[in-house]
Write a protein that binds this ligand. Structure first.
Ligand SMILES: Cc1ncc(COP(=O)(O)O)c(C=O)c1O
Length: 434
């Protein structure tokens, strides 16, 4: 058999357009950086000169709290002596509505991550394989191939895959600029919308990420209200990816779109939330994604589609117990935010010592570094050259703004919550030495 790479041309005849198109976005520096890390991964003892992975938005700072809970609650796992009596039922359960106790626990957790200011109905909780699956499911429900969604840029690189690749939907950027700290203005939204109209592209909706990846900022109430008025007026959908809701570690507090739609004039049928446990609690491997729609038909359709990306019942069973432990969840959310704040401060102050500024942020698992002063010229080529230097010489995998579709060059995302304290020190020491 030939190598996987070598088979490209030959298979373009044999395989589907989907299998052979480039829309997945795998060939961006975002994923190339991961490959560079995989080829030479840093290890404190075994490979101290390797590449440090700062391109992964993982939240590993509070795993000890989860591990303690698991030890204290052996009945919640079906593969323990204490939990084995549930084994048969759980192993056999296959209803795509999910375990009722899981849906209730998730709805309650979503309320807690929004500080109890809104209620979520467990009947509207639909399971998906992570936010990745949830985002794609929603797009399949809302749009046809060729239709478009507006996305404020810079945006999460995975959106090109999740929202676009298999659905055939287009993403049209709403340009956000550093001159106003990358805030989303209605002028920019309208400009992107009108541009699409002129090109005869049917815009079906707008997708927000709040808190933002890669900016680490939250959207204020007025911005949310204005965007919602815009989408309502134009009768298009508003999808809010709120996967980083509980990573907010500083003021201003997080405002969910669920808090904004209480106004009677809003058409709730056009509003949908995507959620997941990958960031707030740090379980990307569990693949727990949620579609939460206020539109009954979308809930029903997404639920039918969820057959393609169910959450394993073993995971549902464990999480139902963990997330309905009120005392644990409340303490966890407070402690996790505290640890993120501490780490963020340590990292950004370390960068400031060497004159590197970051966009002021209050959420997320990353900083948005301003490396414009280090570019040879304000061009994409210069950003790519700087990124290569950082990865090959400084041996840090950070992600260049171009992979986030940033309309300006010179910004880089650096993740700070997927490594331990010692590795942070080493990363900072490497930056100081440059
Ligand atoms: C904004 C955003 N949405 C979705 C995802 C995908 O998350 P999941 O691991 O739950 O599929 C990510 C992951 O980084 C993300 O940042």
């Amino acid at each position: 058999m030939g190598s996987v790479e070598a088979s490209g041309n030959y298979n373009s005849v044999l395989l589907s357009k989907l299998a052979t198109n480039e829309q997945h976005g795998e060939n961006s520096p975002y994923f190339d950086g991961w490959k560079a890390y995989d080829n030479d991964p840093f290890h404190l003892v075994n490979n101290p000169n390797g590449v440090i992975q700062m391109g992964l938005a993982e939240n590993q700072l509070s795993f000890d709290l989860i591990e303690e809970w698991i030890k204290r609650n052996p009945k919640a796992s079906i593969c323990t002596t204490e939990g084995i009596e549930s084994f048969r039922n759980i192993a056999n359960f296959q209803d795509y509505h999910g375990l009722p106790e899981f849906r209730s626990a998730i709805a309650k957790f979503m309320e807690k991550t929004r500080k109890g200011r809104v209620m979520f109905d467990p009947e509207r909780v639909v399971m998906a394989g992570g936010a990745t699956g949830a985002n794609e499911t929603l797009i399949f429900c809302l749009a046809d191939p060729g239709d478009a969604f507006l996305v404020p840029s810079p945006y999460y690189p995975g959106f090109n895959r999740d929202l676009r690749w298999r659905t055939g939907v287009q993403l049209l950027p709403i340009s956000c600029k550093s001159s106003n700290n990358f805030k989303i203005t209605i002028e920019a939204v309208n400009e992107a919308y009108q541009k699409a109209k002129q090109a005869n592209i049917k815009v079906k909706g707008l997708i927000l990420t709040n808190p933002s990846n890669p900016l680490g900022t939250t959207l204020d109430r007025d911005t949310l209200k204005n965007i919602l008025s815009f989408t309502n007026e134009h009768n298009i959908h508003l999808v809010c990816d709120e996967i980083y809701a509980a990573t907010v570690f500083d003021a201003p507090q997080f405002v969910s779109i669920a808090e904004i739609i209480t106004n009677r004039d809003v058409n709730k049928d056009l509003v949908h939330i995507v959620y997941s446990l990958s960031k707030d609690i740090g379980f990307p491997g569990f693949r727990v994604g949620i579609v939460y729609s206020f539109n009954d038909d979308v809930v029903n359709c997404a639920r039918k589609m969820s057959s393609f990306g169910l959450v394993s019942t073993q995971t549902q069973h464990l999480l139902a117990a963990m997330l309905s432990d009120d005392d644990f969840v409340e303490k966890f959310l407070i402690e996790s935010a505290k640890r993120l704040k501490r780490r963020h401060e340590k990292f950004t102050s370390g960068l400031e010592e060497v004159g590197i500024k970051c966009l002021k942020s209050n959420a997320g698992l990353f900083c948005w570094m301003d490396l414009r002063p280090l570019l040879k010229e304000p061009k994409l080529d210069a950003e790519v050259s700087l990124w290569k230097l950082i990865i090959n010489d400084v041996k840090l995998n950070v992600s260049p703004g171009s992979s986030f579709n940033c309309p300006e060059v010179g910004w880089f995302r650096v993740c700070f919550a997927n490594i331990d304290d010692q590795t942070v020190e080493i990363a900072l020491a490497r930056i100081r030495m440059c």
